[in-house]
Design a binder for this molecule. Structure first.
Ligand code: FAD
Length: 470
């Protein structure tokens, strides 16, 4: 066993929670180490999550535009063909560059990195298994757990890595599957379904609930359903896949809806019904660190302290939406608390985005939540078809919906489905952070012609003052 090293903080996991926390800790003067079991830094987000999926979404959208939409802009291309290996290689290069950036970032901040599987042996002691029968023990005044999550496996639909797969393999299919089945109509299923649909797959999304993307505002969810169907995705709602078997390279699936069964055959079946916290190897059980018995998430207080002294946890490991920016915000807040500062995260203003095209982005309460809480409210909405810029681009699907308090006009939630919604939502997050009213946005001058004019018009529409709404 290697000699002990002494640290103020040892962080286990180098995803957007762990590496961001490490940089903030170094800025605050803490001697910090990061332990990562994978060969590359950056966690799920950089390696098999946010980044590779967005690289493929962008590339496949370009392919679709070149093939199906350039002509209407007066651009003749000849026959557009797909070079899938080149598209995948580009995605891998983007990932490689960004993970290398994380390595440099840690090095530049004098953060020590250890590669190996970490286990918390006792408060203040982390053992890192660096190879066969080789380990290093790190001693730390504080330990931050940031080991993220892994895909949930369903009984009867176990991953085989080739035909019945998780999102990780669906980012690297070596050929476009003719028929792709997707179990789960959440954002990961819809994004990867969009990628392969654009590249030529017949995509069927099978969802147990009566709607796709169930956490979205209902009106926005229905619009997304309609638009994706128009693009060629098929949805089987209120339906479960009860069994799937691989035979002669095909997946034979049995679907059940209201007691009736149906058989479907796919070339690949992506199972993306959610993710669970990855606590394996950490020593959570042995140390009796408290977890949620239902979800397995590690329970923390407002300063991200677990039930064990000196041990903190953040990111996908702890309750809340499993999102990279939430993990990073918690990483910063946790480290600030460890350093004796006031760190906190405002969970009411975390944006969420679905990177289909058009994109869907939202922040705050949905109309259903507002109604459930019996809050008096007003709604203003505006379609992108009324925004000049959207017309120029030929992207008129979707709308902005703004919900404000019926008495105070304070903004409660904003839900956007439309071009560049992912970037437009930032203004709405800021508005919620500052406790802005719909009138504040209505009176804010937005550049012309921009997509964000649709937000201003929606805000004006709350008081029926929209200039362009009919
Ligand atoms: P992770 O990123 O999971 O990192 C944890 C790290 O800990 C991993 O590198 C792991 O190897 C390491 N580790 C685990 N156990 C140990 C151990 N015992 N010892 C040492 N190291 C260990 N979120 C968004 O916000 N936007 C998106 O667009 C988005 N797209 C996604 C697309 C897909 C396909 C997927 C799967 C996820 C996506 N997410 C997205 C979710 C996002 O990736 C996660 O919320 C985020 O990565 C969580 O960060 P984290 O730091 O908590 O953990």
């Amino acid at each position: 066993m290697a000699q002990q090293a002494q640290f103020d903080l040892v962080i286990i996991g180098s995803g957007p929670g762990g590496y961001v926390a490490a940089v903030r800790a170094a800025q605050l003067g803490l001697k910090t180490a990061v332990v990562e079991k994978a060969s590359r830094l950056g966690g799920v987000c950089l390696n098999v999550g946010c980044i590779p999926s967005k690289a493929l979404l962008d590339s496949s959208e370009y392919y679709h535009l070149a093939r199906d939409r350039f002509a209407e802009h007066g651009i003749k291309t000849g026959k557009v063909t797909l070079d899938l290996p080149a598209m995948l290689a580009r995605k891998d290069k983007v990932v490689e560059e960004l993970t290398e950036n994380v390595r440099r970032l840690l090095e530049g901040n004098k953060i020590e990195t250890f590669h190996g599987t970490a286990t918390v042996k006792a408060p203040g002691t982390v053992e890192v298994e660096t190879g066969k029968k080789r380990s290093t023990t790190l001693s730390a005044r504080n330990i931050l757990l940031a080991t993220g999550s892994e895909p949930i496996e369903v009984k009867g639909l176990e991953f085989d890595g080739k035909h019945i797969v998780s999102s990780t393999e669906a980012l690297s299919f070596d050929a476009v599957p003719k028929r792709l089945g997707i179990v789960g109509g959440g954002y990961i299923g819809l994004e990867l379904g969009s990628v392969w649909n654009r590249l030529g797959s017949m995509v069927t999304v099978i969802e147990m609930l009566p709607r796709i993307a169930a956490t979205l505002d209902g009106q926005v969810g229905r619009a997304l359903d309609r638009i994706l169907k128009k693009q060629g995705l098929a949805f089987k709602l209120n339906t479960r896949v009860v069994e799937a078997n691989v035979s002669r390279g095909k997946v034979k699936a049995v679907l059940e809806n209201d007691g009736k069964t149906e058989k479907m055959t796919f070339d690949r079946l992506l199972v993306s019904i959610g993710r669970r916290p990855l606590t394996r190897d950490l020593g959570v059980e042995a140390l009796k660190i408290k977890t949620d018995p239902k979800t397995g998430q590690i329970l923390v207080d407002e300063a991200y302290r677990t039930s064990l002294d000196g041990v903190y946890a953040i990111g996908d490991l702890v309750p809340g939406p499993m999102l990279a920016h939430k993990a990073s915000a918690e990483g910063i807040a946790a480290v600030e608390c460890i350093a004796g500062r006031a760190g906190e995260v405002n969970y009411d203003t975390i944006p969420s985005v679905v990177y289909t095209w058009p994109e869907v982005a939202s922040v705050g309460l949905t109309e259903e939540q507002v109604r459930e809480r019996k809050i008096p409210y007003c709604v203003g909405s505006f379609p992108f078809s009324g925004a000049g810029r959207a017309r120029c681009m030929g992207e008129t699907d979707g709308f902005v919906k703004l919900i404000s308090h019926g008495k105070t006009d304070r903004i409660l939630g904003v839900h956007i489905i439309g071009p560049r919604a992912a970037d437009m939502i930032a203004e709405c997050v800021l508005a919620l952070e500052f406790g802005a009213s719909s009138e504040d946005i209505a009176r804010t001058i937005h550049g012309h012609p921009t997509f964000s004019e649709a937000l201003q018009e929606a805000a004006m529409n709350v008081r029926n003052c929209s200039i362009y709404a009919s």
